[in-house]
Design a protein around this ligand. Structure first.
Ligand code: NAD
Ligand code: UD1
Length: 340
């Protein structure tokens, strides 16, 4: 299949390009580079062994720009990663988040429909469950109250895409609810490259390891969890990328709407992650206990059985693979990608 990958220069999109090509698909990337660097696409091309990945520096809110791309290429499907994802920033700038994530998606699906491309895989998030009603979280668990505008954009866009499919059965919509993506391609050539101070745990740990930050702040050790620190379902980004290839097979089978949790089904605490990082990589991670972070929940991990039974997908990487590959990327690229 020939696939439009929005946000393909980002962390998850870049890893997914590799899995798509390995599975025999081709891709065209649309990204406005708001949170990414074009160097990533050259590195992806090198890993895949192609000269280049077709790329348009275009904003998905730019209807005419998208029209031109759809007039030049014929797409069988779209994998839609493009969006803003910083939780704290979304609280400060809600308008920007609703406009970019929701406005951008509405423009994208309208242009897709006009050009007869009615297959989409959407990057949703575990955040739509809010404080989950049950652990492990199944797809039947009710959606919850999000604590921030970013989470609401995911929750609302799930509804938008399901309604579009309901109104026109030619659409196939797969909603992938990612748990906590970490790790990097084993080559160490591509990985997570956050701007400024990382919000998420793993990039913070790797930046402490590489000497860019003094110590990790552990946000609370009084949660009702085995060691008191927050428990999450960390998933290796290469496993996550492979889930999109499996979802593409579901689209080929004309699945209608498919909703899947994409996690490992294992919960690890903050200190489990720190200890695994130190044990596997032989690097010290100084840390101190800080107050809880507003909006955090104690425990979040999924039951990924539906993805296995319906998509034939499951995660294979271990916590050791995750911490090793995260460090391999950061160690080789202490300052991320080179600026253009
Ligand atoms: P990322 O920021 O690395 O990638 C997103 C890409 O989208 C970036 O390259 C950015 O430049 C691009 N983009 C943003 N707005 C755009 C626009 N209007 N037009 C064109 N391009 C635009 O993020 P990621 O971690 O790779 O996440 C990919 C998707 O998965 C996002 O939708 C994110 O919300 C979702 N998600 C991520 C996580 C996570 O922890 N990384 C968890 C759950 C869901
Ligand atoms: C965060 C987002 C969530 C998003 C998810 C996936 C918030 C409130 N939530 O969730 O919307 O879908 O990422 O990317 O930001 N931790 C520390 N010290 C740190 C950083 C994190 O102790 O410096 C702890 C957190 O308290 C949490 C765990 O590590 O227990 C994981 O945190 P993080 O990586 O930010 O992910 P989530 O909180 O699950």
């Amino acid at each position: 299949m020939n696939i439009l990958v929005t946000g393909g220069a980002g962390f998850i999109g870049s890893h997914t390009l590799i899995e798509l090509y390995n599975a025999g698909h081709t891709a065209v990337v649309v990204d406005n580079l708001a949170n990414s660097n074009p160097a990533v696409l050259q590195r992806v091309a090198e890993i895949i062994g192609v000269k280049e990945i077709p790329f348009y520096k275009t904003d998905i809110r730019d209807r005419e720009g998208l029209e031109r791309i759809f007039s030049t290429h014929r797409f069988d499907a779209c994998i839609h990663f493009a969006g803003l994802k910083a939780v704290g920033e979304s609280v400060e700038k809600p308008w920007e988040y609703y406009e970019n994530n929701i406005g951008g998606t509405l423009t994208l699906v309208e242009v897709m429909r006009k050009h007869g491309c009615k297959n989409i895989i959407f990057s949703s998030s575990a955040t739509i469950y809010g404080d989950p009603a049950e652990i492990p979280i199944t797809e039947n668990c009710p959606k919850g109250q999000c604590t921030n505008p970013y989470g609401w954009t995911k929750s609302m866009l799930e509804q938008v895409l399901m309604d579009i499919q309901k109104a026109d059965g030619e659409w196939n919509v797969v909603l992938l609810r990612y748990f906590n993506p970490v790790g990097a391609h084993p080559s160490g050539r591509i990985g997570e490259n956050p701007n400024g101070i990382p919000n998420n745990l793993m990039p913070y740990i790797t930046q402490v390891a590489v000497g860019k930050r003094k110590e990790l702040g552990v946000f609370g050790n009084d949660y009702p969890t085995p060691d008191g620190t927050g428990v999450r379902d960390y998933i290796h980004v290469v496993d996550l990328a492979a889930a999109h290839v499996a979802a593409m097979r579901a689209i080929e089978r004309r699945c209608g709407v498919g909703i899947y949790n994409i996690g490992t089904g294992h919960g690890y605490s903050v200190l489990d992650m720190v200890n695994a990082f130190v044990r596997v990589n032989h690097v010290d991670i100084p840390y101190s206990i800080k107050p809880r972070r507003a909006g955090d929940i104690a425990t979040c991990y999924c039951d990924p059985a539906k993805a296995l039974s319906e998509l034939g997908w499951q995660a294979h990487c271990t916590i050791d693979d995750m911490v090793r590959d995260s460090w391999n990327w950061q160690r080789q690229n202490p300052d991320g990608y080179p600026e253009e």
